[in-house]
Design a protein around this ligand. Structure first.
Ligand SMILES: CC(C)(COP(=O)(O)OP(=O)(O)OC[C@H]1O[C@@H](n2cnc3c(N)ncnc32)[C@H](O)[C@@H]1OP(=O)(O)O)[C@@H](O)C(=O)NCCC(=O)NCCS
Length: 231
């Protein structure tokens, strides 16, 4: 298997969305955020419609990488990082900054994003689960600056082959080069991988959402990795 790491691109939005959603659809806590009649293919379609705007908007501060299977051309994993404010510059990690597009294309992507609407999300449950996380996130960010890992997903059939680690290491090298701490909020699926690469859990949040039908509480892990200078 030959895998290439490259910059995310709007032209690969459907394939990237497929990797993102198939990775997360294994997590019942994530699936439960959607109304019961919403299928994974609908969520994948909506994610692909939203992704071009997500890639272009915030282009200055966000860096996006994909892993591509060289044999099939399929996107098999995706990572999104957010630079701290003081490092927002085109010269920082330029190879992971998505290509700018025309004003017309921007407007088209924004419209596609807006047309998706609420994605079939259960907004009351989303708010119930995200509000406590946002409070912790805001508190932790006061101890920044950080290079934040905002998203990491590998399609299920490509997991446990080191692809997540490849994407993770690419960002951690940038963090180390700038003497930055790294920060991620993780579901249980990512904790071991992040620990293996130097992250430590600084806080956890466990939310019982049985009043919304949750069978088990969901735990999120707030993890920080100190900058590791080259020796
Ligand atoms: C978390 C996630 C991104 C990991 O991606 P991945 O590509 O499987 O990551 P890796 O292959 O680098 O590492 C995963 C495990 O496979 C192991 N592994 C790596 N190469 C391997 C190989 N060739 N053979 C066997 N195992 C291998 C790693 O050691 C690691 O083991 P561990 O879990 O015991 O630490 C993936 O599980 C995922 O997308 N989950 C859903 C979304 C999610 O939860 N994202 C992150 C948290 S927010």
């Amino acid at each position: 298997m030959s895998i290439s790491i490259t910059t995310a691109d709007v032209s690969l939005a459907p394939s990237t969305a497929n990797a993102m959603v198939s990775a997360r659809w294994k997590d019942p806590h994530w699936v439960s955020l959607f109304k019961p009649d919403i299928s994974s293919s609908k969520v994948t379609f909506d994610t692909a419609q939203r992704l071009p705007w997500n890639l272009i908007n915030g282009r200055a501060s966000n860096r996006h990488q994909i892993a591509v299977d060289d044999t099939t051309g399929e996107v098999v994993a995706y990572a999104r990082w957010i630079l701290p404010v003081h490092l927002i510059s085109a010269v920082v990690w330029p190879e992971s900054q998505v290509q700018e597009c025309t004003k017309e294309k921007r407007a088209e992507f924004q419209q596609m994003f807006e047309d998706v609407g609420d994605r079939g999300l259960r907004m009351d449950l989303l708010e119930f689960r995200s509000t406590p996380l946002e409070e912790i996130d805001a508190r932790i960010k006061e101890s920044g600056p950080f290079l934040e890992l905002d998203y990491l997903a590998t399609a299920p059939q490509y997991q446990r082959r080191g692809i997540g680690a490849m994407l993770l290491k690419a960002g951690l090298e940038v963090a180390d080069a700038h003497g930055l701490k790294s920060y991620v909020t993780s579901s249980v699926a990512g904790v071991k991988l992040y620990q293996k690469h130097g992250f430590e859990i600084v806080e956890t949040s466990t939310i019982n959402y049985s009043q919304f039908g949750g069978v088990e509480p969901v735990t999120n892990y707030f993890m920080i990795r100190k900058s590791q200078p080259k020796t």
